[in-house]
Design a protein around this ligand. Structure first.
Ligand code: ATP
Ligand code: MG
Length: 380
């Protein structure tokens, strides 16, 4: 079974959309899929799938030893896709014990399926990081905005740090050093991983070797969502460069997806976009990602070589150009058909102006934070 955890640093960038639609696309390709809503405390996949309110889910399972995992697996209503709901209310779920997490991951990975897709919450708490690291091929979703790309990078930085902290024996000097860094969130943000690793090697060579081994098998993939323009796709290169330079990991590009207004209609109709409009640019983007996953090497230990990884970025840039052309062509057809009134056009421009001014404000805020950070002697 391949486990595909879907994470992001920033919320609202499309994890649940990717998780649910990817599950359906892989199911349509004849693969047995289990989709689990692990956004504990804020689960909403059932809404994306168009299912009624859920009464029993992961929370009930964890909190009740009499319930088997099998009792909470339900049919999603889509070919070959089974669904494990989160829960409407999950008390204390934010603080899962390590043993509970390990047992849950073990039970999930012993289920009978070709793919297990985990929809995770936003952020970098240890639950999310541990579920993400239950596979070496986790998927990170980002939007092209500065905050989203920065948070995608910071998520991966936290993931690398988490791997590191599991490689050193508990209570050893190296472990204590890392724990202190972790407790003081600011130091962790500031820390430069290659330097930290040098230090770790000096303190604990055996732990360092284990880390080296684990990090060479860590092959996360990236999806850029909510593109407006082919240029937005280039932000993927920035995330890749930072990860290579500062974290020592290389990301594979799994593909791009444009912002598509049809998604709002699909959501209101309580249908996943790949079912509501399989021919839409957004659905085609999701099917393309599913195809890449289907044709990916079977041996998850075998890394792509540098040329292959480079090619995934070239392919994604081309996809961004092609999808953009299709979108423009669709728009032109719509304009010439007379179906789009002047009122609609004015409304669209107003929305875009509003979005632009929001982004400008965000930009100013971030600039001032960067200046402050530089003045405080901050390094990456
Ligand atoms: N490509 C897209 N085009 C249009 N709308 C989109 C696209 N991707 C996501 N959305 C919309 O953006 C919103 C957030 O998406 P989604 O819930 O999948 O994000 P998320 O990362 O799971 O959020 P959270 O962090 O809250 O779990 C939803 O309303 C979704 O329909
Ligand atoms: Mg979500």
């Amino acid at each position: 079974m391949q486990i595909l955890p879907i994470a992001s640093g920033k919320g609202g960038v499309g994890k649940s959309l990717v998780a649910s639609n990817l599950a359906i696309a892989l199911g349509q390709a004849g693969k047995k899929v289990i989709l689990a809503d692990l956004d504990l405390g804020a689960s909403n996949i059932h809404l994306v799938l168009g299912m009624p309110t859920i009464t029993k889910g992961i929370g009930t399972f964890i909190g009740n030893p009499d319930i088997e995992l099998g009792d909470i697996i339900i049919d999603s209503g889509y070919d070959n896709v089974k669904f494990i709901p989160g829960d409407a209310e999950i008390p204390g779920m934010a603080n899962l014990k390590s043993s509970q997490k390990r047992s849950l991951i073990r039970k999930l990975s012993s289920l009978d399926a070709d793919y297990l897709i985990l929809d995770l919450g936003a952020g970098t708490n240890n639950n999310i990081l541990d579920f993400f690291l239950s596979s070496s091929q986790g998927i990170i979703v980002s939007a092209p905005t500065l905050t989203a790309t920065l948070n995608a990078y910071l998520f991966l930085k936290n993931a690398v740090f988490r791997i590191m902290s599991t490689c050193f024996r508990k209570e050893s000097d190296a472990w204590k050093y890392l724990e202190n860094l972790r407790k003081d969130g600011k130091s962790l943000q500031r820390v430069y991983i290659p330097k930290l690793l040098e230090r770790m090697r000096d303190i604990d060579a055996a732990g360092y070797d284990e880390f080296e081994l684990r990090i060479t098998h860590f092959h996360p993939g990236l999806i850029m969502n909510l593109l407006e323009d082919p240029k937005d796709g280039h932000k993927a290169q920035k995330i890749r460069r930072s990860c290579k330079e500062y974290l020592g990991i290389d990301l594979e590009h799994l593909g791009i997806m444009y912002r598509d207004h049809l998604q709002d209609v699909a959501l209101n109709s309580r249908l996943p976009i790949v079912v509501y409009k399989p021919q839409s640019v957004l659905s085609q983007g999701i099917f393309r990602i599913a195809d890449k996953i289907l044709t990916k090497y079977d041996d998850e230990e075998a890394p792509l070589d540098l040329q292959d990884l480079d090619d995934t970025y070239t392919a994604a840039d081309m996809e961004a150009e092609i999808d953009f052309d299709v979108k423009i062509h669709e728009l032109e057809t719509l304009l010439h058909s007379g179906a789009l009134s002047h009122g609609d056009l004015i409304e669209t421009i107003k929305i875009q102006q509003f979005e632009l001014s929001r982004l400008k404000k965000e930009n100013v805020l971030l600039k001032s934070r960067i200046v402050k950070a530089i003045n405080a002697g901050y390094t990456v």
